[in-house]
Design a protein around this ligand. Structure first.
Ligand code: GLC
Length: 416
């Protein structure tokens, strides 16, 4: 074999190994870098404004509920605004309800008449959303509820569906997921929800996921079709998992539009949740609930604006972040990105910030809120960051970026 040919074979072998080992992880790499996304709950239930479970909770018969679809003609719907708001808030992806448990589709579907194009709106609202995301280079996901309350024989939920109903519903889900993954170009995330007690067998989830992955090989799929998928989805709680995970949270207590629910979390609390997720290697999906006309409520816009301002200064503590070997329970949380450690200080201790159990030498400490570098004193594994302001500059969450000589490590990893 001549030398060149051998080299060529070696090159092929190396590229093959790299592509096969890398492709598994690389598919989700962008998502793990992103850490922060926007969830959007929007549908015909946004007109009455009493949450997305209204049809079920208020026991509205379909004959009455379907009238909402004829009224649903959102003149102020401009998904470019949503996407711009998400971007300005530092969010890196957006997940929209293409259909919720009521079965109403924001997209055009050959297998249902209960869709936006066939009722009041007379437009494919998902197409506009996709175009806005693609144009803004925003990653995007489709939430899709398997459960469909408008289907005869489905309510009340809780007991197994009759086999013939189950078959029709599973067939419908299969066709609609195919439509969603065929008709809109690249889709980044498929976010299932609404699995019934019939489980993954009833919904033929294995087949459904295989079809989805065949149509969009890069697609990330969540765990709510009853199969593990690519990531876990704790809801309104931060529960770290030993696999990729994403906590979704409402800003108030309702996913769908509910103007009477003024139970908004303070911005500091929302940032604490984001910090809690990213410092444990997870994502944070924060929900907004546009009204029936497509507008985001003022309170939510206000929260997004505050988050955005804060993220433009401090966001680097979160993107691509995971747990730090050095911890600081006396101060708050700690995240790590590459070899930088970020103290996410919830309890500002005054002009000297004490840190301990530090197994590497701290080279610099920058207070992101004002760009100031602290004077560092280090004795063995104890560190003091001096000359900082007595009172915190930021009223939400104060971040200090630590750079080390070499890799950051704890003096004793047993300290937590
Ligand atoms: C739940 C609710 C639903 C909401 C979702 C968000 O499954 O049924 O209304 O869309 O969680 O995670």
């Amino acid at each position: 074999m001549n030398q060149h040919f051998k080299l060529f074979l070696l090159f092929l072998l190396i590229s093959f190994t790299i592509s096969t080992t890398y492709s598994q992880d690389s598919k989700i790499a962008w998502w793990q870098e992103a850490r922060f996304g926007m969830f959007i709950h929007w549908g015909v239930y946004s007109i009455p404004g009493r949450g997305e479970w209204l049809m079920y909770q208020e026991h509205v018969p379909f004959s009455e509920y379907k009238l909402l679809a004829d009224q649903f003609n959102p003149q102020n719907y401009d998904p470019k605004i949503w996407v711009a708001k998400a971007k300005a808030a530092g969010m890196k992806y957006v997940v929209l309800t293409t259909r919720h448990h009521d079965g109403f589709c924001l997209f055009d579907s050959k297998v249902s008449d209960f869709t936006a194009p066939k009722t009041g709106a007379k437009r494919d609202l998902i197409r506009e959303f996709v175009e806005a995301c693609h144009a803004a280079r925003m990653r995007m996901g489709f939430y899709y509820s398997l459960q469909d309350w408008h289907f005869p024989g489905v309510l009340p939920q809780g007991s197994p569906l009759k086999p013939e109903t189950m078959k029709l519903l599973a067939d419908q889900a299969y066709s609609q997921v195919r439509e969603l993954l065929t008709n809109y170009g690249k889709v980044d995330i498929l976010w299932f929800d609404g699995l019934t007690v019939d489980g993954p067998e009833g919904w033929r989830s294995k087949e459904l996921l295989e079809m989805a992955r065949k149509l969009q090989p890069e697609l990330l799929i969540n765990d709510r079709a009853g199969l593990p998928g690519d990531f876990g989805t704790p809801e309104n709680t931060v529960t770290a998992q030993s696999r990729p995970w994403e906590s979704c949270f409402c800003m108030n207590r309702t996913w769908g539009y509910a103007p009477y629910d003024r139970n908004y979390k303070p911005v500091a609390e929302i940032l604490r949740l984001l910090a809690s997720c990213s410092s444990q290697g997870g994502n944070f999906l924060l929900n907004v609930s546009p009204n029936g006309n497509g507008q985001l409520p003022d309170e939510q816009v206000d929260i997004l604006d505050h988050i955005g301002k804060w993220m433009s200064v401090n966001g680097k503590a979160f993107y691509g972040a995971g747990p730090s070997p050095i911890v600081a329970p006396n101060l708050g949380m700690v995240s790590m990105v590459n070899d930088k450690v970020y103290l996410l200080i919830q309890r500002w201790p005054g002009s000297t910030v004490p840190l301990a159990w530090c197994g590497s030498k701290v080279k610099s400490a920058c207070y992101l809120a004002n760009g100031q570098y602290a004077r560092i004193e280090q004795k063995s594994d104890r560190v003091w960051l001096h000359d900082l302001p007595q009172e915190p500059v930021d009223s939400y969450l104060n971040v200090i970026e630590l750079t080390f000589e070499g890799k950051p490590k704890a003096s004793d990893p047993a300290y937590k």
